[in-house]
Design a protein around this ligand. Structure first.
Ligand SMILES: [Zn+2]
Ligand SMILES: [Zn+2]
Length: 337
C-alpha cells in the first residue's frame, strides 16, 4: 500500500509498504481523506519542537473501518469513523480528573507516532467515534474544529457575549463559527486583509478588525467601549499573544489556543487591573468531538468554505510547498486517498 513519509524537514517521499495486520484492541481503517494542519506544515518546515523524523504525518482523518473485533461501541466493518488522535494514559492526574486532553504522557497520532498519510492504518478502538451522519469532508474537519470547541468550553462562553478571535487560520475560523453558533458576537482580528475578507464573506463573522495601530479603538467602538469579554488567541504569534489582552474587558478571559515556542511577557499591572483570567487550551476531549459532530450533522458549519484546497494523494507532495505561503489563501487543505 502507498504512504507518504516526511523523511526530514522539507522532504516528503511517496513509498510502498505492507498493509497493517489486525491486532487485539485495534481496528484496521481505510483512510479516505486527510486534512493538513499547522502542525503538519511546521513539521515539514522543520520548526516543530521535539519532532522526530522520519514520520508519517496526518491526524485529521476521515476513515472507514475495514476490520474490527466485537466492541462496546458497536462499531462494525464498513462504518465511517473519526479518529481522536490523542493517545492518553488514563492514569495520570489529568486523565483521572477527566482532562484527557492534557495527559502528562500525551502522544498524538501523526506527531509523536505515525499518523494517517497511508492507505490503511491500525489504531486503538478506544480512539474511534462512529459518524454515520457525516460525509468525508465533514469527518476530516472534526478534529481541528474540536480544538476550537474545547477553547470555547474552557472559556464557558455565554450567548450574547462579544468576543475577539485573533488569527483567521483554520483554528481561529473554527472558534469564530462555533462561537457564533453558541450565540456570541464575533470580532475577527488578523494582520492579513485577505483573510479578514474571507472571514467576513465566507464565514459570516459579525465584525472584522485589522491588527496593529488603532485596533483596540476599533474594538472599543464595536463594543460600546466595553471591549470583549473573552479574547481567544489562535495566532500563536509572540507579539499577538503579548498584546491580545488589550482587547479584553475588565473581568474578562484571555484564552491562549495558538502555541508559541518561547517566552511571552505581560505587564502585571495591565492584566491585574482587569482581574484577567488567563487560560491555555490544549487539544480536545471526547465531549468536544461529539459537540462538533452534532454541529456538522445539523449543517450549521460552512464546510465547503472552510476547505479551500483539495488534492489527490499523488499530487500532495508537489502542492505542499504552496500551502506554506499564506498568500495562497489556504485555510484547510485536504488530501484524497
Ligand atoms: Zn490538526
Ligand atoms: Zn494521562
Amino acid at each position: 500500500m502507498k504512504y507518504i513519509v516526511c523523511e526530514k524537514p522539507g522532504e516528503f517521499i511517496l513509498k510502498e509498504k505492507d498493509e497493517p495486520k489486525k491486532v487485539p484492541g485495534e481496528a484496521i481503517l481505510k483512510i479516505k481523506k486527510v486534512g493538513i494542519c499547522g502542525t503538519d506544515l511546521h513539521a515539514y518546515a522543520g520548526n516543530q519542537a521535539f519532532f522526530e523524523y522520519p514520520r508519517i504525518l496526518g491526524h485529521e482523518l476521515a476513515s472507514e473501518v475495514l476490520e474490527i473485533e466485537e466492541n462496546d461501541k458497536g462499531i462494525r466493518p464498513g462504518d465511517n469513523v473519526v479518529v481522536m488522535p490523542y493517545v492518553n494514559c488514563n492514569s495520570c492526574i489529568a486523565c483521572r480528573n477527566g482532562k484527557t486532553n492534557c495527559c502528562t504522557k500525551m502522544r498524538v497520532l501523526g506527531v509523536h507516532t505515525d499518523g494517517g498519510m497511508q492507505e490503511k492504518i491500525s489504531v486503538p478502538i478506544s480512539l474511534l467515534i462512529r459518524t454515520p451522519d457525516l460525509n468525508d469532508n465533514a469527518m476530516a474537519i472534526v478534529e481541528p474544529l474540536a480544538i476550537g470547541a474545547h477553547a470555547i468550553r474552557r472559556a464557558q462562553l455565554q450567548p450574547g457575549e462579544t468576543i475577539v478571535v485573533v488569527g483567521c487560520g483554520p483554528i481561529g475560523i473554527g472558534i469564530m463559527k462555533l462561537a457564533q453558533i453558541a450565540g456570541a458576537k464575533v470580532i475577527a482580528l488578523d494582520v492579513n486583509q485577505g483573510r479578514l475578507q474571507y472571514a467576513k464573506e465566507k464565514i459570516g463573522v459579525d465584525h472584522i478588525v485589522l491588527g496593529g495601530e488603532g485596533s483596540v479603538d476599533k474594538v472599543r467602538q464595536i463594543t460600546n467601549n466595553d471591549l470583549a469579554t473573552a479574547v481567544f488567541d489562535a495566532s500563536g504569534h509572540k507579539g499577538a499573544l503579548e498584546f491580545g489582552h488589550n482587547y479584553m474587558s475588565h473581568g474578562g478571559r484571555y484564552v491562549l489556543v495558538g502555541l508559541s515556542k518561547g517566552e511571552i511577557v505581560f505587564a502585571h499591572p495591565a492584566i491585574h487591573a482587569k482581574e484577567t483570567t488567563l487560560m491555555c487550551s490544549r487539544n480536545a476531549t471526547l465531549e468536544d468531538f461529539e459537540h462538533v459532530i452534532s454541529v456538522l450533522k445539523d449543517g450549521n458549519f460552512p464546510i465547503d468554505s472552510f476547505i479551500t484546497h483539495t488534492v489527490d494523494l499523488d499530487e500532495m507532495i508537489s502542492n505542499f510547498d504552496g500551502w506554506l505561503d499564506p498568500a495562497n489563501g489556504v485555510i484547510k487543505a485536504m488530501v484524497n486517498f
